[in-house]
Design a protein around this ligand. Structure first.
Ligand SMILES: *Cc1c(COP(=O)(O)O)cnc(C)c1O
Length: 376
């Protein structure tokens, strides 16, 4: 029989929704203005507010987090081959495919889950034009090492920073690294605009080019300067994003308490490991991935995953399967399993445990109790 406390369903995440009554006046204002998309008032306000909040000079809003990836490759005219990680959400690699670029997968550092800089140089060929790393779970990549390699070989660096909203290293925004960084504001992310995203750049010329690209390439009423796409964010979601910005800081603080609780509760469970907090890094606590060592824990990852579900606790196996395992990419030489041993090990052992701003600490304890009960 299921225990009373088990009946409440615990999901891996839950969207941060600003109070509806505070959103209504924004909607009324948009209705008054009768300007509902195409670089309207709230679009401009949100770009300004995000530049301040994130401490970056230029940001271009998009309608989701995938189009800025696709547009970033267009903006920098990337061709040929791009070095990237298989341990991410599929959109990272799909953006290369949509630009007719061949992804070259490089294994990850098991301490961080991020692309291993040690292995990048061996993957560079005459066709390589860029590196597309991911700050996976919001953990910063070794951006200095990656930049040194990029400088030596004349490569661009585009970070998929979808998980890294507001993350800083030694007080500096992680979004300042590389040539461009992209963000996702999808409902499941720490900061959301329901659907949404952004591209961060460091100079006004690039910002201008990105703004053309996301608006069909229009540079004036009758001037089209590039084969652009429609990536524009509308006024309703830009206004929502402005309001959301007032609440995201508090949400990150609440996530931090839950992250700490998980670390305390799971510290001594044999066969369960998690990433260390990194010195100098201010995280956003977007995810709480744990890794199950089946031999030491006494149960496989998938069995634990199912046991949790039987107790109404829904973790997610981010990122399993690896991107390199999907049919589109599996045939690539760099997708070979023996090229990516660390990525396979993490993908085969990971469960992201529930974490979000209003998750009850008791639910974290309940989740950890199930993990402890099943331990050898
Ligand atoms: C969420 C996500 C994206 C895509 O974002 P959407 O807003 O859903 O299009 C890209 N990369 C990573 C790593 C993501 O997690």
């Amino acid at each position: 029989m299921q225990r009373q406390q088990d009946t409440k369903k615990i999901t891996v995440t839950s969207p941060l929704l600003p109070p509806l009554e505070e959103f209504i006046p924004y909607l009324e204002d948009i209705w008054r203005r009768k300007w509902i998309t195409n670089n309207g008032h709230y679009h401009q306000e949100l770009e300004k507010a995000l530049c301040e909040y994130l401490h970056v000079p230029y940001i271009s809003l998009f309608t989701n987090g995938t189009l800025p990836l696709i547009a970033s490759l267009q903006a920098l005219r990337i061709t040929g081959e791009v070095i990237t990680t298989p341990y991410s959400f599929v959109a990272t690699t799909h953006s290369l495919w949509w630009n007719d670029i061949r992804p070259v997968f490089v294994d990850i550092d098991p301490q961080t889950g991020n692309i291993d800089p040690e292995r990048i140089e061996a993957a560079i060929t005459p066709k390589t034009t860029a590196i597309m790393p991911v700050h996976v779970y919001g953990t910063p990549c070794d951006t200095e090492r990656i930049q040194r390699i990029a400088d030596i070989y004349g490569l661009k660096v585009i970070y998929d920073a979808a998980h890294a909203f507001a993350v800083t290293v030694n007080g500096q925004s992680i979004l300042k690294a590389g040539d461009l960084s992209t963000l996702s504001f999808h409902a499941t992310k720490t900061y959301n605009t329901i659907e949404g995203g952004a591209l961060i750049c460091h100079d006004p010329k690039t910002k201008q080019r990105i703004d053309y690209l996301k608006n069909f390439g229009f540079a004036g009423e009758t001037t089209v300067v590039a084969p652009g796409i429609n990536g524009k964010m509308d006024e309703v979601r830009a206004a929502y994003g402005l309001l959301e910005l007032k609440y995201v800081g508090g949400a990150i603080e609440k996530r931090q308490l839950l992250d700490t609780l998980y670390r305390e509760q799971l510290a001594d469970v044999t066969g369960i490991s998690f990433f260390d907090r990194q010195p100098g890094v201010q995280p956003n606590y977007s995810y709480f991935p744990v890794f199950v060592d089946a031999a030491a824990y006494g149960m496989s990852r998938d069995t634990l995953y199912t046991r949790l579900q039987e107790r109404n606790i829904y973790g997610r196996r981010y990122f399993y399967p690896l991107i390199s395992e999907f049919p589109t990419y599996k045939g690539l030489p760099s997708a070979a399993k023996d090229n990516l041993p660390n990525a396979h090990r993490l993908a085969d052992s990971v469960i992201c445990l529930p974490i979000y701003h209003d998750l009850d600490p008791q639910d974290v304890k309940r989740t950890c109790d199930v993990i402890k009960e099943n331990a050898r």
